[in-house]
Design a protein around this ligand. Structure first.
Ligand SMILES: O=C(O)CCC(=O)C(=O)O
Length: 295
């Protein structure tokens, strides 16, 4: 178990941060992005939701049961569960992914040379935002080495236990790939409950602009948002150069149960009704990392 967690509020990526990342599987970075970029990112999310900003690559998924055709454009944002692939539609969201300070820190933790391979935002709207069940992100990625992947979750609103902040189990990445239970909706795939050290769970409350940097094997969760408060956040996944995308069979070697059966989240639980098929696409849309300052 972790003794002290690394919380960075300076520009230097200390050895303590590197050591905490390896030991705990995460670090918290205070004020990773500043007020102007936060405001521009919020405007980007709102504009993509309402249609004010054109969605060329951005994909949107609404909370279950929401009929978007019944919503006014300005009300859509408060009914959306997930945005994906938005950095090419929004310069501020791209700038957040390419933050110079972030990449100086990641260089220190993981070494130089990485690409952005996934940009996603779960914005957990007030009152109706659903949970994201306990999982390891690596269960969704068929890759050669999950240690070469890092997730970065940046709060755009205050994230608290009330509105569904991230919760983590410190050090859980050290136990390696965990058995996950598949679901018809792959987004609902979750770690088998007996493998969760829930007594050690730790909420990570963040202020706007703060970030959680976490290992792809870290057990993490977010609760439903029943509060009246928004909890918008953006999430980026990067991998170091040289990491290989592999096959389902290779992924099974890491994610399997006691019988040897596949226990990752890249295959949905059947039988799958027509129209609900999930087709796994590894690799996503790759962007070279070009560290940027936003003024
Ligand atoms: O933003 C959230 O609520 C959860 C994000 C997350 O854990 C994920 O997408 O893997």
């Amino acid at each position: 178990m972790a003794t002290t967690e690394a919380v960075l509020d300076t520009d230097s990526a200390s050895l303590e941060a590197v050591s905490a990342y390896r030991r705990d599987g995460y670090i918290v970075v205070r004020n990773l992005i500043g007020p102007k970029l936060i405001e521009a990112c919020v405007d980007g999310i709102s504009g993509l939701a309402s249609g004010r900003i054109a969605r060329k690559t951005t994909e949107i998924a609404f909370e279950p049961g929401v009929d978007p055709s019944r919503l006014r454009p300005e009300d859509r944002e408060d009914h959306i569960r997930k945005f994906a692939w938005y950095v090419d539609d929004s310069p501020p969201l791209y700038a957040a992914a390419m933050s110079r300070r972030l990449h100086a820190l990641l260089d220190r933790i993981l070494g130089t040379g990485r690409v952005l391979f996934q940009d996603m935002a779960l914005i957990k709207p007030p009152k109706i935002g659903g949970a994201k069940r306990w999982h390891q992100d690596a269960s969704y990625f068929r890759v050669s080495d999950p240690g070469l992947i890092v997730g970065v979750w940046i709060a755009l609103d205050e994230a608290t236990t009330e509105n569904g902040c991230m919760e983590v189990i410190p050090g859980s990445h050290l136990a390696g790939p965990a058995v996950h239970l598949p679901e018809l909706d792959v987004n609902e795939c979750t770690i088998r409950p007996d493998l969760l050290r829930l007594q050690d769970r730790k909420p990570i409350e963040l202020r706007p602009g703060d970030a959680l940097v976490f290992h792809s094997l870290l057990h993490h969760y977010t609760a439903p948002n029943r509060s009246p408060y928004r909890r918008r956040a953006v999430q980026f996944h990067y991998h170091q150069v040289g990491m290989q995308w592999t096959s389902l069979e290779e992924h099974r070697r890491a994610f399997h149960d006691e019988t040897g059966a596949y226990a990752g989240c890249t295959v949905q639980k059947g039988p799958v009704p027509a129209g609900k098929e999930f087709n796994y696409v590894g690799g996503g849309r790759i962007h070279d990392v070009r560290p940027t300052d936003w003024n």
